[in-house]
Design a protein around this ligand. Structure first.
Ligand code: PGA
Length: 244
């Protein structure tokens, strides 16, 4: 099945709490913008400014729902926008787990992101225990239902399906499993045909082509592998070729 033209492929590099990888500023940088796909880097906040001079689309790893205020150590969606971001992650599982972010809070952050003209990547996914209990679909349904009115108003939000147990572990579901979960997720979306759904969790140049060739996987969100420019170049080239 052909991927719909309206779903521009997406490749996110989530650098988490790591420095800018070597090779990010070269003319052949694999992190630079592309013609036929969105390549977006989610750097540490401290590196946003340095990257603004490069031809790189930037995203925040997190943003507060309030514009300003007494929130020590935090940064608002408004500030991300003024510092050159056009995308932002909302509800990454490391934030859900380590910072106890709830679906209700994530909804508020999503609304704030949209109010400031940022494109959110809403991260959803089940834990290992929830998977073992056979509750994956139920979890995805709950995570999406809290924000379905927001997704209805603004169809630009990208969904990132990232099973918690696959992040940073080297373990992945099969591409067929992800394809069928993306079909399930799509069936719950208010704009099913046009919403991009990407996969994240231990993606690398070794497994990217299996995932990216599935009709309902519109790209990827890459953590560890995105810290190597050569890995990033290979993954980007796989997505570029698959999407032609
Ligand atoms: P990983 O991280 O590629 O290192 O598993 C993905 C993510 O957290 O977005």
């Amino acid at each position: 099945m052909m991927r719909l033209m309206s779903r521009r492929p997406f490749l996110g590099a989530n650098w988490k709490m790591n420095p800018i990888p070597d090779g990010a500023f070269t003319s052949e940088s694999p992190y630079r913008r592309a013609k036929n796909l969105d390549v977006v880097v989610f750097p540490s906040l401290l590196d946003l400014q340095a990257l603004q001079s490069a031809d790189i689309a930037l995203g925040g790893q997190w943003g507060h729902e309030n514009d300003t205020g007494a929130a020590t150590g935090d940064i608002s969606m408004m500030q991300l926008k003024t510092h050159g971001c056009s995308f932002v992650l909302c509800g990454h599982s490391e934030r859900r787990e380590h910072h106890h972010e709830t679906d209700v809070r994530i909804r508020a952050m999503l609304l704030s992101a949209l109010r400031h003209g940022l494109t959110p990547l809403l991260c959803i996914g089940e834990t290992a225990v929830e998977k073992a209990e056979g509750r994956t679909e139920e979890i995805l349904k709950t995570q999406l239902s809290t924000v379905s009115d927001v997704l209805k108003q603004d169809p630009s939000t990208v969904i990132a399906y990232e099973p918690r147990w696959a992040i940073g572990t080297g373990k992945t579901p099969t591409a067929m499993d992800v394809q069928s979960l993306h079909t399930f997720i799509r069936s719950l979306l208010p704009h099913p045909e046009s919403t991009r759904i990407v996969y994240g969790g231990s993606l690398s140049s070794k497994n990217a082509s299996e995932f990216f060739s599935q009709p309902d996987i519109d790209g990827g969100l890459i953590g560890a592998s995105s810290l190597s420019a050569s890995e990033m170049r290979s993954i980007r080239s796989i997505l570029e070729n698959v999407s032609r």
